[in-house]
Design a protein around this ligand. Sequence first.
Ligand SMILES: Nc1ncnc2c1ncn2[C@@H]1O[C@H](COP(=O)(O)OP(=O)(O)OP(=O)(O)O)[C@@H](O)[C@H]1O
Length: 536
Amino acid sequence: MVATVGAMAARELGGEGARRDARQAPTVARVVAAAARGRGSGLEGAHGVEDSAPNAGRSAQEAGGVDGSYLTETRFDQCAICPLSLNAVKDAGYERMTRVQEATLPIILQGKDVLAKAKTGTGKTVGFLLPAIEVLSALPRSTSINLLVMCPTRELANQVAAEARKLLKYHRSLGVQVVIGRTRLPQEQRSMQANPCQILVATPGRLKDHLENTPGFSNRIKGVKVLVLDEADRLLDMGFRRDIEKIIAFIPKERQTLLFSATVPEEVRQISHVAMRKDYEFVNTVQEGDEETHSQVNQTYMIAPLDLHFSILYDVLKKHVAEDAEYKVIVFCTTAMVTKLVAEVLSQLNLNIREIHSRKSQSARTKVSDEFRKSKGLILVSSDVSARGVDYPDVTLVIQVGLPADREQYIHRLGRTGRKGKEGQGILLLAPWEMHFLSTVNDLSISEAAAPSVDSSIQAVVNDAVGRVEMKSKESAYQAWLGYYNSTKTISRDKARLVRLAEEFSQSMGLAVPPAIPKLILRKMGLINVPGLRST
Ligand SMILES: Nc1ncnc2c1ncn2[C@@H]1O[C@H](COP(=O)(O)OP(=O)(O)OP(=O)(O)O)[C@@H](O)[C@H]1O
């Protein structure tokens, strides 16, 4: 079955890599499951993963989410995993496999490279960790790094390491370590020396630092047997690609590589050879004709001029807080400094706000992230550091203010709600001149909602709050805003228009005259001498 599916798909892809779609993959898992139970071929019935029939008769949530498709019928104890892992899986409270886990486990255990696409919040982390740990547990004990997991953000790296620790509970001979930026390098070096672990979870920049500066590290990494790129499309895009290529050059070619993400644009398929062998398997659990987002998440967009955005945001949040005592909201903003500004304005409005972005110290980021994970009744204002992978349970609403970087980022941000089959809500708030973004998501179930009409009393309260925010925050936000939209092709083409729009943004912060920007920065942005921009 595996060979047949692989060969068929290899033809379809011109030999570039085999593909399994939602219908085929679980059948393979059932073969393994049935074999483990010692019963026949396991092909009878062969429901595809789109088959929600197995869940009939149970409550939707119990059956694996409101859309009934989050968990499969296959239990972990039906799979070919060792008792140590199985006990840890049980302790973690996992009984049945998610679709992506069911689909990828047998293929990874066969030693194949895998590119897996599965919707947000459907257990991809266990999907790659569990079989990778199986591979490691069969190796002789060593002080080399045998499993390297790369993640695009520090929060995600910490979270993946936490999941790995759960699964390693009974594997006394295996350990996990994290190397991420912003913590002290010597501290990480000492801890790796004192306790060399077989599993390393890392962000690309810091891993490169260790390769260049930590004695013996490049030797330890030569032991890598399994490489995982979590959020693979992000790690292979231009922001990280060079670092990833450099890192891969240090790792043995003889290894297994696993690429996982909720979004796998065609370009990623094209460049996956950077990391994977040619005969990799593409496992896509998003069935044909289905959307990449969850049907149980209600998605809307609102269009309103920039000068109303703070008031609309306040109005939407106030209503949501009043309606849902267990509210837990993430507000995504375009840049770190715009995030800071929005958090300050909303704090002035007495909402229960936390703020997270790259300009915060790592200890502050970790503290806020841990708090938000555990709490309810909180609003997290965030830059894209929380866009991908971060698993905050029970987020009730995701609001995206301004243009998302691209379609993929929109999907990942939205994916912070509606995890594990739960319900959720997403709102995208755009200015009229940002509407072109909608054409990139028009295949998703996103519909227009009327922006709430803002009465003069709300407007006055919001203006007052904006007025109390420090000038420094507004200056930094203006500069960051200009930089962000200047890097957005559709908007930066016409510099005069960009400057006009930036002025609108500055007015929305209550400024009569846009702040001046240091010449050096304007030069870096390619905006020196552009009329309408003031410099210092
Ligand atoms: N088989 C399972 N049964 C129940 N819960 C599970 C199972 N596997 C994973 N989970 C839980 O599901 C949640 C989502 O998992 P995870 O963060 O790995 O999703 P993801 O698919 O990687 O999402 P994203 O695309 O946002 O990165 C986590 O809280 C995880 O502990």
